[in-house]
Design a protein around this ligand. Structure first.
Ligand SMILES: Nc1ncnc2c1ncn2[C@@H]1O[C@H](COP(=O)(O)OP(=O)(O)OP(=O)(O)O)[C@@H](O)[C@H]1O
Ligand SMILES: [Mg+2]
Length: 235
């Protein structure tokens, strides 16, 4: 197998000639995240893996403008389909982050994309990646602030017609007592994707469940409010 990482680094050096590889942060289910150093700062480089089995099913439903062959390849998950899927995911993550950056959402700043990789702001201190929400214990005041910021951001995403689709305390980092939401390849259109309603409610519920005990917020009560909101904006 060709060395994907070295190809990615090579391509990135066209824009960042001084880019240096530092180390691997973490290998997740569909991508590996690395630290690189360029222009005087650490950056996170997320490289999608070939042959990802764990495709966010249905995410390609959001992608228009594909020819029949490509659509078939995606559905059949052929070699061509898997390559295409990886490129689509990479583009999706890059585009969504770009859009959200420009509106000041709590997401990493995005610098660029090549092939199957996205270069973005490294959320952490020095070379130490920020912990995930799932891994921290918050004091009451911080918990309240983070909870509110997350709800505001989910609302902002909705206004931009974006549903994260895999939001949970594992895809939220905490730096300086503030949340940063990551991992957008499976995000989808709120209005166009038939799965979006269910995913949005699941995203919200995952966030609520994390804070439930500490903040005494209850999902049941607000679920109705969101159902109502969704009824009013959908279709
Ligand atoms: N911009 C970033 N800054 C710092 N660390 C990051 C950044 N992006 C990702 N990470 C780290 O890499 C991990 C995996 O990233 P991400 O969730 O985007 O990929 P994934 O393939 O979906 O992984 P997972 O299966 O763990 O969800 C994160 O949990 C986090 O620890
Ligand atoms: Mg993740």
């Amino acid at each position: 197998m060709m060395n994907i990482l070295s190809d990615v680094l090579h391509a990135l050096r066209e824009d960042y000639p001084d880019l240096e590889y530092v180390t691997q942060v973490k290998s997740g289910k569909e991508a590996t995240v690395h630290i690189v150093f360029a222009e005087g700062k650490y950056m996170a480089l997320k490289v999608y893996r070939p042959n990802t089995k764990n495709a966010a099913r249905g995410s390609y439903m959001t992608i228009g403008g594909l020819d029949k062959r490509s659509q078939r390849a995606l559905v059949n998950r052929s070699r061509h389909g898997l390559k295409l899927e990886r490129e689509l995911w990479t583009n999706k993550e890059f585009e969504v982050l770009t859009q959200l950056n420009s509106l000041g959402a709590a997401v990493p700043e995005v610098y660029g994309t090549v092939e199957n990789a996205v270069l973005m702001e490294f959320i952490g201190e020095g070379q130490a990646a920020a912990p995930r929400l799932a891994d921290v214990k918050l004091d009451l005041e911080t918990a309240q602030q983070i909870f509110q910021t997350l709800l505001d951001n989910i609302q902002l995403f909705c206004e931009l017609d974006i549903v994260h689709g895999d939001l949970s305390p594992f895809n939220i980092l905490v730096l300086n007592q503030k949340p940063v939401i990551i991992d957008f390849p499976q995000s989808m259109s709120l209005r166009k994707n038939p799965l979006a309603r269910e995913r949005l409610l699941r995203d919200l519920r995952n966030v609520f469940e994390y804070f439930e005990t500490q903040l005494q917020v209850e999902w049941g009560g607000v679920a109705r409010k969101y159902e109502h909101y969704l009824d009013n904006i959908m279709y």
